[in-house]
Ligand binder design. Structure first.
Ligand code: NAP
Ligand code: MG
Length: 412
């Protein structure tokens, strides 16, 4: 065997649950370990280990990403009452992704992986559309009230105890209601919006994509207006020169105009969305682009650390079938791309180009395999021209491995 590629610094490896955990080990064994002297700091976020450590392992994994700069994460179960019975858990812990995101203060970017046999539903889209979703506040942290009958609803701000004397109570009327109804209070924080804007500019520069941001500041002059102002400040003061040097444009427009423009665009943009817009639009982009199993996800922190993962979950139903002995046709592409994303970022930070070249070759081998007609069942359902062979995950990874080996040997 020829020498494996050396790594300077480790990647934080975060293992997970169910079918993705099975595929995780397989991807490492067949596609990475034969070629890389893989250095990782391993954290087992499988549900039982989160339980055993009182979820401390999740916090430690996030801190490790802060320290080492790059992480790669397998999908994990978010525990709920059904899982509590299934796994005989004593506690329910919050979503690991939520915990990690809170520690890294990150923004999540989702990008579809394009292959020629899978056409986007929108025929004008030639390049992927990436969504950057603000993941704090708005309707996700709202206070709602059923108003029982006629009366006045007000917004009241009370300064914190010990706050500067210049801060005074403020009070405005939301509505003089003439009957029963509903009311909702939402908020956001300047600092969170600023982090979101920074993460978007960092990502746009890294991926060389024009950045669009949209809100509804004509109607929501104060609330959405604040988002527009902060984005603009971050651009003007911190990124204008860097964007100009990289040939990257920043464009603000109204959300309805953005939706209309995205549909008739060629793609190849980063679309920064407020929390709710991002929730809705990322599902639209994912499904219009083909399959959930072809969507990558990266958490970018404003401090410049990165965590890569697949956008899908643990593929629970496939796991139950695998446990019964079936070789399922679960698509490992997004998991493979989580690894290649992390390896390429590690290579960039460590200045180890050989590792970046390997990541690139692995991605090319995976894409080519699908383009030549060998694919998993989820893709075969929508492929045009049709699949030549529908493979299970083990066969599919073996075909990718053979193609990768051939590419590497040819280049020796
Ligand atoms: P899911 O695991 O994404 O699966 C939903 C369905 O999408 C699957 O049943 C499957 O459809 C299809 N699918 C997803 N990934 C696929 C792949 N790689 N290959 C082929 N088909 C794929 O979502 P879920 O069932 O809602 O959630 C399962 C568990 O994952 C939950 O415990 C949830 O908490 C967790 N989760 C974790 C993350 C994360 O860690 N980032 C994200 C989401 C959910 P068919 O059954 O029709 O084949
Ligand atoms: Mg959604």
């Amino acid at each position: 065997m020829t020498e494996r590629i050396a790594m300077k610094n480790p990647i934080v490896e975060i293992d997970g649950d169910e079918m993705t955990r099975v595929l995780w080990a397989l991807v490492k064994e067949k596609l990475l370990l034969p070629y890389i002297d893989l250095k990782t700091e391993y954290y087992d976020l499988g549900l039982l280990n989160r339980e055993a450590t009182g979820d401390q392992v999740t916090v430690e994994a996030a801190q490790a990403i802060r320290r080492l700069g790059v992480g790669v994460k397998c999908a994990t179960i978010t525990s709920n009452t059904a899982r509590k019975d299934e796994y005989k858990l004593k506690n329910l812990f919050p979503s690991p992704n939520g915990t990690i995101r809170a520690i890294l203060d990150g923004t999540v970017f989702r990008k579809p992986i394009s292959v020629s046999r899978i056409q986007p539903t929108v025929s004008t889209w030639k390049k992927p559309i990436v969504i950057g979703r603000h993941a704090y506040g708005d309707v996700y942290k709202a206070a709602d009230m059923l108003v029982p009958g006629p009366g006045k609803v007000e917004l009241v701000y009370t300064p914190a105890e010990g706050a500067p004397a210049a801060l005074a109570e403020q009070r405005i009327t939301v509505a003089e209601m003439n009957g029963a109804g509903i009311v909702q209070g939402i908020h956001n924080l300047d600092e969170s919006i600023r982090s979101f804007a920074r993460a978007c500019f960092i990502y746009a520069l890294q991926e060389k994509l024009p950045l669009w941001f949209a809100a509804k500041d004509t109607i929501s002059k104060t609330y959405d207006g604040r988002f527009k102002t902060i984005f603009n400040e971050v651009y003007e003061h911190e990124y204008k020169d860097k964007c100009a040097a990289a040939g990257i444009t920043y464009f603000y427009t109204l959300i309805d105009d953005a939706v209309a423009r995205v549909i008739r665009s060629e793609g190849g943009i980063l679309w920064a969305c407020k929390n709710y817009d991002g929730d809705v639009m990322s599902d639209m982009i994912a499904s219009a682009s083909g399959s959930l199993a072809m969507m990558t996800s990266v958490l970018v922190s404003p401090s410049g650390v990165f965590e890569y993962e697949a956008a899908h979950g643990t593929v629970q139903q496939h796991y139950y079938r695998w446990q019964k002995g079936e070789k399922t046709s679960t698509n490992p592409i997004a998991l493979i791309f989580a690894w290649t994303g992390a390896l390429a970022k590690r290579a960039e930070l460590d200045n180890t180009p050989e590792l970046a070249v390997f990541a690139n070759r692995l991605e090319a081998a995976a894409i080519e395999t699908i383009e030549e007609g060998e694919m998993t069942a989820d893709l075969a359902r929508i492929a045009q021209p049709q699949a030549a062979h529908i493979l299970n995950s083990w066969e599919f990874i073996d075909v990718i491995a053979a193609r990768l080996k051939k590419r590497i040997n040819e280049l020796r």
